[in-house]
Design a protein around this ligand. Structure first.
Ligand code: AP5
Length: 185
């Protein structure tokens, strides 16, 4: 399975991706996690990404595309993968199409959740984990950028017949069940 999970900040992409990948035995490729890992290791890529992440803006394609291309070239992706947070723009869709060539994505999972709930979840995470981009102002900016640049991707993937919409509200296990029901439909 070659999958993509998308949805606004706080919709539960990372949480659900971990469960899906364990069940399907495929790697979880999260661009946000890759940037944070680079930052923790003190790489130049991490330092560059931080400037954008802390402001709630997208990291430039010049940094992001190459990082994903290198990750997808690793051996563990041979039997599938779950992309989380890439592509986020129409330009990144074109880049990914080029990376995957004839073997395109099988399904795109769109997790939905209303703004009040995602803000509540992220402010809660701010208290528990102190993630730098989980301040109220930055969360609002991340949501705006998602609406402007990433939400239009759902139309594109829908026109390819591979989009499955999943309600992201409710217990984590309940949402997981919805995802597998939608994937198996
Ligand atoms: P990224 O790390 O992908 O952040 P995000 O999209 O804002 O998503 P989050 O991780 O905040 O939320 P999520 O939907 O994964 O939810 P989660 O499961 O964590 O990206 C960070 C930044 O990197 C971007 O802003 C950008 O700067 C840059 N970036 C990344 N990709 C890029 C790209 N392709 N191009 C350019 N820049 C890029 O859950 C959130 C919280 O809710 C957790 O505390 C969780 O425990 C809780 N939760 C989850 N599910 C439930 C539930 N069902 N009920 C209650 N609580 C729940």
């Amino acid at each position: 399975m070659r999958l993509l999970i998308m949805g606004p900040p706080g919709a539960g992409k990372g949480t659900q991706a971990a469960v899906i990948c364990e069940r399907l035995n495929i790697p979880h490729i999260s661009t946000g996690d890759l940037f944070r890992a680079n930052l923790a290791e003190g790489t130049a890529l991490g330092e560059e990404a931080k400037k954008y992440m802390d402001a709630g803006e997208y990291v430039p394609d010049s940094v992001t595309n190459g990082m994903v291309r290198a990750r997808l070239a690793e051996n563990d992706t041979a039997n599938g993968f779950l992309l989380d947070g890439y592509p986020r723009t129409i330009q990144q869709v074109a880049e990914l199409d080029g990376m995957l060539s004839s073997k395109g994505l099988d399904k795109v999972i769109e997790l939905t959740a209303d703004t009040d709930e995602v803000v509540r979840r992220l402010l809660n995470r701010a208290q528990e984990q102190g993630r730098a981009d989980d301040t109220e102002d930055v969360i609002r900016r991340r949501l705006e950028v998602y609406t402007e640049q990433t939400a239009p991707l759902t139309e594109l993937y829908s026109s390819r017949g591979i989009l499955v919409g999943v309600d992201g509200l409710g217990d984590v296990a309940e949402v997981t069940d919805r995802i597998f029901t939608a994937l198996n439909a």
